[in-house]
Design a protein around this ligand. Structure first.
Ligand code: ADP
Ligand code: MG
Length: 250
C-alpha cells in the first residue's frame, strides 16, 4: 500500500545550509497492516508522514501510496477549536460533498463508536485531552480512509488515558468494518515515541536511526488479536521485544 525506495527529504536551513531531514529510506507497508514507527526526536518521522500524505514533495527517491488520499492525524491537538465535536467529525464529509442526511448518519454512528454522543454539541475547549484525541480519531475514521497516518496522536496524554485510547483504537481497527467499505482493515502507519505503545498496537515495529532517519530495525509483533493493551504487558515476550527495541534505539 505504501512503498518508498531511497526516499530523501532536504529542507533549506535558516542559515542557508541545507537540513538533510530524512533518508535514504526504504519502506514497505502492506494493505491492512498496522505498522508503528519509533525513532529519536528530529529523525524525520513527521516529515515521512507528511511526504506520504502529499503535504511535502520528496527531494529524491521513489514514493508510492495506493488507494484513496491518506488521512493524516497531526501531532498534538488537531481538533478545530471553532467547531463543535459534531462539526469536527462532520468536516471531512462536508469536504467530500456528502449530503446533510448522509453526514448526520455517519457522524452520529461514529460519535457513538468513540463514546462521545453526549458531547456532540461541546467545543474542544470543554473537553479533556483524551476526549479531544477521541474526536481526532472519530474525524479520521468517519470518512473510512484506506490509509491512516497517525503522528504521535496520544503523545501528550497521561499514561492511563493513553492506554484507554490505545484500547479504543484497537477496538476500531480490529472491530467490524464499515458496511460497504472497499477495504477490510485500514492500513495504519503510526508514529510513537513509546515502545510499549508500539508493541501494543502494531503488527510490525520499525525503528528509525537518528537524523537523517533510515529504517535500522524491524520487529514483528507476535501477539494475537483482538489484543488487550494491558494484558499483553504480562506476556514474557513483551519484555523481550521491548528490550530489543530499546537496544536498537540506543
Ligand atoms: P520528528 O518528527 O522525527 O521529530 P521531523 O520530521 O519533525 O522529526 O523533523 C526532522 C528534521 O527536519 C528536523 O531537523 C526539523 O527541524 C527539519 N524540518 C522539518 N520540517 C521542516 C521544514 N518545513 N523546514 C525546515 N526544516 C524542517
Ligand atoms: Mg514529529
Amino acid at each position: 500500500m505504501i512503498l518508498a525506495r531511497q526516499l530523501t527529504k532536504t529542507f533549506p536551513g535558516p542559515d542557508g545550509v541545507a537540513i538533510h531531514a530524512l533518508g535514504p529510506l526504504d519502506l514497505d507497508v502492506a494493505q491492512g497492516e498496522f505498522v508503528c514507527l519509533v525513532g529519536p526526536s528530529g529523525c524525520g518521522k513527521s516529515t515521512l508522514l507528511r511526504l506520504i500524505a502529499g503535504l511535502e514533495q520528496p527531494t529524491s527517491g521513489v514514493l508510492q501510496a495506493d488507494g484513496r488520499q491518506p488521512i493524516l492525524v497531526f501531532q498534538g491537538d488537531s481538533t478545530f477549536p471553532w467547531l463543535t465535536v459534531y462539526g469536527n467529525v462532520e468536516y471531512p464529509l462536508k469536504l467530500r460533498g456528502w449530503s446533510e442526511k448522509e453526514r448526520e448518519a455517519a457522524v452520529v454512528h461514529q460519535l457513538s463508536l468513540v463514546g462521545l454522543s453526549r458531547f456532540a454539541e461541546a467545543y474542544p475547549y470543554q473537553l479533556s485531552g483524551g476526549m479531544k484525541q477521541r474526536v481526532a480519531l472519530a474525524r479520521a475514521w468517519v470518512s473510512d480512509p484506506e490509509v491512516l497516518l497517525m503522528d504521535e496522536p496520544f503523545g501528550a496524554l497521561d499514561e492511563q488515558t493513553r492506554v484507554a485510547l490505545q484500547t479504543e483504537l484497537l477496538r476500531l481497527w480490529e472491530g467490524p468494518q464499515q458496511p460497504g467499505s472497499p477495504t477490510a482493515r485500514k492500513t495504519v502507519l503510526f508514529v510513537t515515541h513509546a515502545i510499549d505503545e508500539a508493541l501494543a498496537l502494531a503488527d510490525r515495529v520499525l525503528v528509525m536511526s537518528s537524523a537523517p532517519g533510515r529504517i535500522i530495525k524491524e520487529v514483528r509483533v507476535p501477539f494475537a488479536r483482538p489484543r488487550d493493551a494491558i494484558q499483553l504487558k504480562r506476556d514474557p515476550r513483551f519484555g523481550e521485544l521491548a528490550y530489543e527495541l530499546w537496544q536498537a534505539l540506543k
